[in-house]
Design a protein around this ligand. Structure first.
Ligand code: IPE
Ligand code: IPE
Ligand code: MG
Length: 245
């Protein structure tokens, strides 16, 4: 009997390699970021097709402010353009769009657009699409700890009751299925401060494909790779086999 291969319920992607993709074409880095939009559409389509429930994309890290001002400006302009152009299409596809990260750092027009897109798609549930902007995994843990501290100060929580669950429920993405598959394109094998807490038991998939070249077939390959993994969560392979038997 062949059982159906496991489909990850929640996928996260570090969309890396835009700069090198552009460089190979002797174009400015912003050309690569622009080209990356198509890959975003591809993975959204792919997730809808494969029945993935949540997709979290790393679009701008808390460290990316260190890039040249011109590149940061081009990325912000791209976010605005993408929001204006893609929100309706995503809405029509039944996608719920959310931005996660420290949004206070963005200027008012961009924040308003993000909020409008979140409100517009709030009742959709086919796919939860989270765009991580000015996001850092350490920031996420810190803000959860701060929220717990506020609850303690208000007498709503005992300090001794702060456990993993109490922090988890105060982290970004808490209400979504646990992260199953963490993909990074562009060849680097590092987390770069993405979902540190949430990735504790995610399967990691690193590919040399540069982000603008990542398509539905690449996503399918990553999902197939995931289906071949044995997730043991600290137990032995024999225990897992006897559970299945
Ligand atoms: C990822 O591509 C996109 C962002 C960080 C916004 P890069 O711009 O990091 O591309 P490489 O790594 O320089 O090729
Ligand atoms: C990670 O890529 C951030 C995003 C893809 C948004 P980077 O290109 O910024 O990561 P490092 O600097 O190589 O670790
Ligand atoms: Mg990079």
């Amino acid at each position: 009997m062949t059982s159906k291969p496991a489909i990850p319920r929640h996928i996260a992607i570090v969309m890396d390699g835009n700069g090198r993709w552009a460089k190979a074409r002797r174009r400015p880095r912003s050309f690569g970021h622009n080209a990356g939009r198509k890959a975003v559409r591809e993975v959204v389509e792919g997730c809808l097709r494969e029945g993935v429930e949540a997709l979290t994309l790393f679009a701008f890290s808390s460290e990316n402010w260190r890039r040249p001002e011109e590149e940061v400006g081009a990325l912000m302009a791209l976010f605005v353009r993408a929001l204006d152009k893609e929100t309706e299409e995503l809405h029509a596809q039944g996608v719920r769009l959310r931005f996660v990260g420290d949004l206070a750092a963005f200027d008012e027009p961009l924040r308003e657009r993000m909020q409008a897109a979140m409100t517009r798609t709030a009742d959709n549930s086919k796919l939860h699409l989270n765009i991580a902007v000015n996001y850092g995994g350490r920031w996420d843990i810190v803000q959860a700890a701060q929220r717990a501290a506020v609850a303690v100060a208000r007498g709503e929580l005992h300090a001794g009751a702060i456990d993993e669950a109490a922090l988890s429920e105060r982290m970004c993405l808490a209400e979504l299925p646990p992260l199953d598959l963490f993909i990074r394109t562009g060849g680097e094998c590092r987390l770069s401060n993405f979902l540190l807490w949430q990735a504790a038991y995610a399967e990691l998939h690193f590919t040399d494909t540069l982000w603008p070249d990542f398509d539905q077939a690449s996503l399918h390959q990553a999902i197939e790779d995931f289906g071949r993994r044995e997730r043991r969560y600290g137990r032995t392979g024999e225990q897992i086999a006897s559970d299945k038997g």
